[in-house]
Design a protein around this ligand. Structure first.
Ligand code: GLN
Length: 484
């Protein structure tokens, strides 16, 4: 049962073959079997989940079933959950219990979804391997000595290990798509402004988006339907109608033009990734799409631009963790200044400190123009690259990450190497456009490889249709890791 997708499980719940309580019990059991190996969860909320399952069963009996009613889900630990610890995998929020639900959590609950628990992540979503969590390391279900990707590594690993039916992640520079690629899941970063971030702990506010991690494209559409849309509590959400994403689950891309950016293929790319992505593009061509080489000329500046903008925003967003308002205060604190200093020194891990210092530097007088302003200008050029490219194509296809999941520990000593794992995902956040990662093959070592499909602003529909067409003509998404 735990292996099912949302839409498959929904049919069984609707047909009363199984109850929400039974399903939730099975998933909790599955978690206790596999999570000691993969450590996807920071917190499993079994009691609350069973209570939600009882409510879901009542709703089903009353004939009020929705697609997510009775479906067990996992939430990345940077989204607020009322009465349930939300730590961002940081010591500084170790004891933070939010008094409210993030809008996305509320929407899932309102639809009857069951929240199984909170998943591991890189501290404050800063990282690409989930190794920056202050609490535990998450293992890739396909190969336990490999990273699950990051920063939403816990959510991706939970989906891949069937330790939840679907999950939410957040994506500032690739944190949904790259772990999806590493774990063989489907992961989508919607258009900036499509999904409310009310209750998402802020990292880079001009980049952050919440999105689904799922077992297939249909589930991605179902989750997006549930969470997308305007929210009066988040002024950056778009006040425009949300289409029904399930309507574009159509196997047809005849006559579509697929843009393949020349800058994304070449030096540094793993030959197995290149081989599988090239083969995937051929598959789409075989289904009637036309492939066109395009250019995104400012791609080479994306990583540098991102690490100026996101650190600047992070340094400002993280200023609020001062030992006064949230969870942690250093016991060494004797008076105000040492309280700030000690609390922040002990509460933040090394990567978060590195980002705060970088961000403070690029915003400081004398450097602002040279770094922050310059980066903001380059960002506009990157956005214009996409606008120009989309005049000649319907979607853009690239690899999601330059390599399959690397070994745990392999890149921890080298932040720059770590930063480069997001080389293909970061420009999408800078431009604010939507993109998905779907499985498109496996390396010789049996690790999944992801294909990224990028769309125009607010055009999640074409992305979903292209992804669905590819998925339904291949079987990569149906493979499962051989966990005990
Ligand atoms: N790996 C990138 C970073 O460390 C992206 C993280 C994210 O998308 N949250 O900033």
């Amino acid at each position: 049962m735990y292996r099912l997708t949302i839409h498959e499980l929904h049919e069984r719940l609707k047909g009363k073959e199984v109850s929400a309580q039974e399903v939730t019990g099975l998933l909790l059991e599955r978690i206790s079997t596999v999570d000691p190996q993969i450590k996807a969860y920071l917190l499993v909320t079994a009691e609350e989940a069973m209570a939600q399952a009882r409510a879901a069963d009542k709703r089903i009996t009353a004939g009020g079933i929705a697609l997510l009613t009775g479906i067990p889900l996992a939430i990345k630990d940077n989204m607020c959950t009322q009465g349930i610890k939300t730590t961002c995998a940081s010591r500084i929020l170790e004891n933070f219990i939010p008094p409210y639900d993030a809008t996305v959590v509320k929407r899932l609950k309102d639809a009857g979804g069951i929240i199984l628990g909170k998943t591991n992540m890189d501290e404050f979503a800063m990282g690409s391997s989930t190794e920056n969590s202050r609490f535990t390391i998450t293992h890739n279900p396909w190969q336990l000595d490999a990273i699950p990707g990051g920063s939403s590594g816990g959510s991706a690993a939970a989906v891949a290990a069937d330790a939840c039916i679907a999950a939410l992640g957040s994506d500032t520079g690739g944190s949904i798509r790259q772990p999806a690629a590493c774990c063989g899941a489907v992961g989508m970063k919607p258009t900036y402004g499509r999904v409310s971030r009310y209750g998402l702990v802020a990292f880079g506010s001009s980049l952050d988006q919440i999105g689904p991690l799922t077992k297939d494209v249909e589930d991605c559409a179902i989750m997006l339907n549930a969470i997308a849309g305007h929210d009066p509590f988040d002024s950056t959400t778009l006040n425009i109608p949300v289409p029904d994403y399930c309507k574009v689950l159509v196997k047809d891309i005849k006559g579509w033009v697929i843009g393949v950016p020349r800058e994304f293929f070449g030096e540094g790319m793993d030959p197995e990734v290149e081989g599988n992505v090239t083969a995937a593009i051929k598959v789409l061509e075989g289904m009637g799409a036309r492939v066109k080489e395009i250019t995104l000329p400012h791609t080479g500046y994306a990583v540098a631009t991102y690490y100026i903008i996101c650190t600047a925003e992070a340094s400002s967003n993280l200023a609020r963790y001062d030992g006064v308002k949230y969870g942690f205060r250093s016991p060494a604190a004797k008076e105000l200044m040492t309280m700030y200093r000690e609390t922040r020194s002990e509460g933040f891990g090394p990567e978060v400190k590195r980002r705060i210092m970088l961000g403070t530097y690029v915003l400081s007088a004398g450097y602002y123009d040279a770094y922050y302003r310059k980066a903001a200008q380059v960002r506009t050029l990157i956005k214009e690259d996409f606008e120009r490219a989309f005049q000649e194509c319907d979607v853009i296809i690239t690899p999601t990450a330059p390599t399959p999941a690397f070994r745990i520990g392999q890149k921890v000593q080298d932040p720059l190497q770590m930063y480069l794992s997001d080389i293909f995902t970061i420009s999408v956040n800078l431009a604010g456009v939507p993109a998905i990662s779907i499985p498109c093959g496996f390396s010789n070592h049996g690790l999944p490889i992801g294909l990224q499909i990028i769309g125009r602003h607010n055009d999640e529909e074409r992305i979903i249709q292209a992804a669905y067409t590819f998925e339904q003509n291949t079987d990569h998404h149906a493979k499962r890791p051989a966990l005990a």
